[in-house]
Design a protein around this ligand. Structure first.
Ligand code: HEC
Length: 267
């Protein structure tokens, strides 16, 4: 049972890493002798597609010779992947007065943006309201990225993991179950996943930051001294940096409080 869960988890993490779910292609229209929009911010790894909608030819040519579309006749397009952060000015080599730029977020800015988009962008993948009072929003969004796009915490800690009618395993559009999001209640043999939402004092799973980091690193159950968590993949999560574990904790303190479903109700 345990091995099955572990290999499932390993597969899950691999799938997440290999599948650029959020890698996006942004279109810049070349129209009326302008690049529209003329400044665009994108995530690291995203692509830009230039589409010439004018009747005359244009180019997309990097100021720093990083790319050159060559002549794009009317209706033609050119795509480039941006895999380095920074600001990249470009122009049309046929009409050098046409200038624009692409700004690519750093890796951390990209993770923060994705972590925020999971909750805030449409289509809603996780329709919850975060409590950001007295918090650093960027740290919370980074935590969202780690929990939702890397950690797979909702796979074990939400029951069910996906909203009714939104189960990607059934070919439906993905949306996390927001009602009992991370409220635990899933049974793994005799072990029941914990409710990670804030308790009445605002502490996620009822643990302090110090207890959280300790249990993630050592697997020591803070509620039952001497007990080692048996299902939690803490040997994996425990290798995360302090910054990442603190971001997870900040995120978990921001999510809505929810009641743990009865394990019997969780298949
Ligand atoms: C493979 C399933 C699984 C995954 C994935 C998982 N957990 Fe758990 N977790 C459990 C189970 C089950 C427990 C109950 C203790 C046990 O038996 O391991 C638990 C316990 C915990 C506890 C201890 C709560 C307490 O009060 O003792 C915390 C905190 C926690 N998990 C956080 C997380 C976070 C954060 C993630 C994602 C980064 C995560 N878990 C991913 C299964 C999982």
């Amino acid at each position: 049972m345990k091995n099955k869960i572990r290999s499932f988890l390993a597969l899950l993490l691999l799938t997440v890493a290999a599948n650029p779910l959020f890698a996006d292609t942004t279109t810049v229209n070349i129209k009326d002798f302008q690049f529209q929009p003329d400044s665009k911010i994108i995530n690291l790894g995203d692509s830009v597609k230039w589409l010439n909608q004018d009747a005359v030819p244009h180019t997309s040519t990097s100021d720093n010779a990083l790319w050159d579309s060559k002549t794009l006749s009317s209706g033609a397009s050119f795509i480039r992947v941006f895999d380095k952060p920074g600001k990249f000015p470009y122009f049309c080599s046929i009409h050098p007065g046409m200038k624009a730029s692409i700004t690519v977020r750093t890796e951390e800015q990209t993770q923060i943006k994705i972590g925020k988009d999971i909750i805030a962008a449409n289509p809603k993948r996780l329709p919850i309201k975060l409590n950001l009072a007295n918090k650093d929003p960027n740290q919370v969004y980074l935590g969202s990225y780690i929990v939702n796009a890397q950690g797979g915490c909702a796979d074990c800690h939400s029951c069910p993991s996906y909203a009714a009618g939104h189960d990607p395993y059934k070919g439906e559009t993905k949306q996390f179950n927001a009602i009992s999001y991370l409220a635990g209640g899933k049974a793994f043999g005799p072990f029941i996943s914990a409710n990670l939402t804030p308790d009445n004092t605002g502490k996620p799973a009822g643990v302090t930051l110090a207890q959280f980091k300790d249990l993630m690193r050592t697997g020591k159950d803070p509620h039952t001294p001497g007990n080692t968590l048996q299902v939690m993949p803490w040997p994996v999560y425990g290798m995360m940096s302090d910054r990442d574990l603190e971001a997870i904790y900040a995120y978990l303190t921001s999510i809505p409080k929810a009641t743990q479903p009865e394990p019997a109700a969780c298949p």
